[in-house]
Write a new protein. Structure first.
Length: 121
């Protein structure tokens, strides 16, 4: 996992008040991560704010919902590991490091068998 590329995917709809701070903090903490904002046809400045903060932004032509934004994020991401975080600050950017530490501990790749042990007790 230490050599894996990580993509942070942020589905967003009318999140211009919060998405800029979230993206800026993620880019500051994890400059090597790919940060994608999937703009679900917001009517505010979500797209511009996210782009100015350092995210790659992909916009839907019309609002099709969070599930579709998540799927778009999966399609556009180039990372081996995908992390989803809401643009409304429901979850803090610091949750990313906690999640990745747990993955590192629980998902040690076996050099011999090349499989993930995530499901073992």
């Amino acid at each position: 996992m230490t050599n894996s590329k990580i993509s942070i995917i942020i589905p967003a709809y009318n999140e211009s008040r919060t998405v800029g701070d979230l993206v800026s903090k993620i880019v500051e903490l994890y400059p090597e991560f790919e940060v994608l904002v999937i703009n679900d046809s917001s009517t505010d400045d979500t797209s511009a704010v996210a782009k100015d903060a350092g995210a790659k932004v992909f916009s839907h032509p019309y609002n099709i919902g969070n599930g579709a934004a998540v799927k778009s994020g999966i399609r556009h991401a180039s990372g081996d590991i995908l992390v989803f975080i809401d643009g409304d600050l429901q979850h803090w950017h610091t949750s990313i490091s906690i999640l990745l530490v747990v993955l590192l501990i629980r998902c040690k790749k076996s050099e011999r068998f090349n499989y993930c042990r995530c499901h073992e007790p």
